[in-house]
Design a protein. Structure first.
Length: 38
């Protein structure tokens, strides 16, 4: 494990897979926060 290696690369993910997972998580959080406010 080198110092410059990203954690998503160490987990065996490509950048697009990491982006897909993180954006899905952000959308879920935003969806939940909108339903709580209403």
């Amino acid at each position: 494990m080198s110092k410059g290696t990203s954690f998503w690369r160490q987990a065996g993910l490509s950048y697009l897979q990491y982006l897909n997972i993180s954006s899905r998580a952000v959308r879920m959080v935003l969806k939940v926060s909108l339903t709580v406010e209403i």
